[in-house]
Design a protein around this ligand. Structure first.
Ligand SMILES: Cc1cc2nc3c(=O)[nH]c(=O)nc-3n(C[C@H](O)[C@H](O)[C@H](O)COP(=O)(O)OP(=O)(O)OC[C@H]3O[C@@H](n4cnc5c(N)ncnc54)[C@H](O)[C@@H]3O)c2cc1C
Length: 302
């Protein structure tokens, strides 16, 4: 049995690992997608102390390497089931079962889906949720970005440097993105805003070929397109814990200042918990607290 299992290798989970490893615990980190979490898909970070500007990939690599060098054991599988009560905590993936004295959940947020016909079918075949990761596949092409917030605005600007034409589809009558981003978009000749519009369906054969767009008068038209980038935000992905850990009405974990949950030996860190600001700096802060509290908890049992 390992001392500590951490679910999620974003900034919160990796920081928690560094603190726990430094105190001599054995640590298994279970990560379902890629180390770095949301950080890894961020083009440029300008508000993490110590770096005037650093790419998300670089910062992810640095944190991952630090945790790995200190002895973290990484399992690149999704945590699918947990049993958190009692002295021995169990986390199951599709092919393995892990046991630990304490668990830190640092699973961040999951992408919000559009929910239209064709979205699931064409994900990875023209439908993407990450402009930074997939934009290069659409060089010289025509793409749609869906969303009106900062992420959608940043994605549209990023893609406008690669693609011939970018359509920005916004459900409301104005962008929610910060003004400087909205101003930059207005200056781009190859970005067209389609306000009070929505995608009803994504169509294609092997890959995306067109979308059915609906305007505010509910008129629909089919528009030829090569790619669809969905940037409509994030939500908690805490379903597998819902009968065990207390959550608020929006499914964020409830914890106290020490990242402790209602279950003894189970801590939460980062974007997955109720908190006013969700950023790398606050995720790292939670990780430091949760890692240290897990150390204290395990030492108190020995
Ligand atoms: C496009 C974008 C740009 C951003 N820009 C900035 C910025 O400039 N500055 C800033 O400070 N913040 C920025 N943020 C916010 C910042 O990235 C997050 O606040 C931070 O990454 C949260 O860290 P976390 O460790 O809590 O969660 P995440 O980074 O979300 O990491 C959680 C990890 O858990 C994994 N996971 C989830 N469920 C499971 C499971 N069941 N099993 C195993 N693993 C699982 C995920 O795959 C993920 O790797 C940005 C976010 C986005 C999306």
């Amino acid at each position: 049995m390992t001392d500590l299992i951490i679910i999620g290798a974003g900034p919160a989970g990796l920081t928690a690992a560094i603190y726990a490893l430094r105190a001599g615990l054995s640590v298994v980190i279970i990560e379902g997608v890629i180390y770095g979490g949301q950080m890894s898909i961020t083009n440029e970070i300008e508000n993490y102390p110590g770096f005037r500007s650093i790419s998300g990939a670089q910062l992810s690599e640095a944190m991952y390497k630090q945790a790995g060098d200190m002895g973290a054991k990484f399992i690149f599988q999704k945590a699918e089931q947990v049993r958190l009560s009692g002295d021995v905590k169990t986390v199951k993936t599709h092919s393995n079962e892990f046991h630990a004295k304490a668990v830190i959940i640092a699973n961040g947020l999951k992408r919000r889906l559009l929910g239209c016909r064709g979205e699931e079918e064409f994900t990875g075949r023209g439908v993407s949720y990450c402009a930074v990761c997939d934009g290069a596949f659409f060089k010289g092409k025509k793409v749609i970005v869906v969303g009106g917030g900062n992420t959608a605005a940043e994605d549209a600007l990023y893609l406008s440097e690669l693609c011939n034409q970018v359509l920005l589809v916004v459900r409301r009558d104005r962008l929610r993105a910060e003004k400087y981003l909205a101003d930059l978009i207005d200056k781009k000749s190859n970005i067209t805003k389609l306000m009070q519009s929505r995608i009803r369906e994504i169509r294609g054969e092997n890959t995306v070929k067109s979308v059915i767009l609906e305007d505010k008068l509910e008129n629909c038209q089919e528009v030829d397109i090569d790619g669809v980038f969905i940037a409509i935000g994030y939500e908690p992905g805490n379903d597998i814990y819902k009968d065990q850990i207390k959550m608020d009405d929006y499914m964020y974990f409830i914890s106290d200042e020490s990242c402790q949950t209602n279950v003894s030996g189970v801590y939460v860190a980062g974007d997955c918990r109720t908190k006013p600001i969700r950023q790398i700096a606050t995720a790292v802060s939670d990780g430091a607290v949760a890692g240290s509290m897990a150390v204290r908890f395990i030492l108190s049992k020995t």
